[in-house]
Ligand binder design. Structure first.
Ligand code: PLP
Length: 335
């Protein structure tokens, strides 16, 4: 990749924002952990970035806190609104409580009680509106307009992207040696944009590989079309990445910083959850296992060996009852 002058300026802008992001007032630096069994099985050195260990069990707390902490005193006083059925909601609720900002979170009426109470127990207001996410989002945007409260996007915001980019800053510090590729789960593209901007600015030789669910491949579709495309429908087994259109700010970076985007099936995700459990004795949610599923498919297809590959374990918010389904399906994937 040889970025143009304008592209290089954009990356520099993000790197500065990432270095200045005060996320550690709330987020923790997570371990970059070796996965010995997976490494042996795949003939490559596999390292897992354990974002499932964050206080809200996903990296979303980084971007949410970085966004809220940058608001002016007037904006803070008016409060914030967001729409989310999942990890972003928990991140905003916790960051808002920490900063003394009032937060309203619009969630689809179908949201599991576990997640509604997760938001309420962190002191935020949970408004149940709409049959599915796009309706909840429309309601939240309307409410933000009427009330003058700041809308906090889960991914399409430079401050959110910069907060997520701190994951890459940690990876390069924790592993200064040879690193061949970083596999990043993709929903609306906030995480991969922050990670790709930081890594391509400092270590452009490291490949950035996006991994999407085959039921919500909005980045792969956009890369192929050369522009953002809205998918007609999305599957929700990997609910953390069930997004129909890649974010505008994120796509500005992904366009020239992402080397490859791959898709994986639900069965491959279930098998990857099992692999992660075998190596770490921890459970990830389906979206949280995208990177490992991507690494397995990548090694099988490209036959690389002896490389160092990092996968971001992005979250662990899974209903206990869903595990039964995961265990049944884990055996179905060719692994
Ligand atoms: C939000 C989320 C993602 C995707 O992040 P984007 O910034 O939307 O691309 C991946 N995994 C988990 C667990 C998430 O919560």
């Amino acid at each position: 990749m040889t970025p143009t002058r304008a592209e290089q300026t954009l990356l520099e802008h993000y790197v500065k924002k990432i270095l200045a992001a005060p996320v550690y007032e709330l987020a923790i630096p997570t371990p970059l952990q070796a996965a010995p069994a997976l490494s042996q099985a795949l003939g490559n050195r596999i390292l897992l970035k354990r974002e499932d260990l964050q206080p809200t069990f996903s990296f979303k707390i980084r971007g949410a806190y970085n966004k809220l902490v940058q608001l002016t005193p007037e904006q803070r006083a008016r409060g914030v609104i967001t729409a989310s059925a999942g990890n972003h909601a928990q991140g905003v609720a916790l960051a808002a409580r920490e900063l003394g900002i009032s937060a309203s979170i619009v969630m689809p009426r179908t949201t599991p009680q576990l997640k509604v109470s997760g938001v309420r127990s962190r002191g935020a207001e949970a408004l149940l509106q709409g049959e599915s996410f796009p309706f909840a989002l429309a309601f939240a945007l309307d409410l933000a307009r009427q009330t003058g409260r700041e809308f906090v996007s889960p991914f399409d915001d430079p401050d959110v992207i910069a907060g997520q980019g701190t994951v890459a800053m940690e990876i390069l510090r924790q592993h200064p040696g040879q690193l061949d590729a970083v596999f990043v789960p993709v929903g609306g593209g906030g995480l991969i944009a922050g990670v790709a901007a930081y890594i391509k600015y400092l270590r452009p030789e490291i490949r950035i590989i996006g991994v999407e669910s085959e039921h919500s491949a909005c980045l792969q579709t956009a890369m192929a079309a050369g522009k953002r495309v809205t998918l007609p429908s999305v599957g929700t087994f990997a609910d953390g990445v069930a997004v129909a259109q890649i974010g505008e700010h994120g796509f500005d970076i992904c366009r020239f910083c992402v080397d490859e985007v791959m898709t994986v099936s639900d069965d491959e995700l279930c098998a990857a959850i099992r692999d992660i459990y075998d190596d770490t004795r921890s459970i990830t949610e389906p979206s949280g296992a995208l990177a490992v599923a991507g690494i397995k498919q990548y090694v099988a297809q490209s036959a690389v060996s002896g490389q160092t590959l990092v996968g971001i374990n992005s979250g662990a918010n899974i209903n206990f009852d869903t595990l039964r389904h995961v265990v049944e399906r884990a055996g179905a994937a060719v692994s």
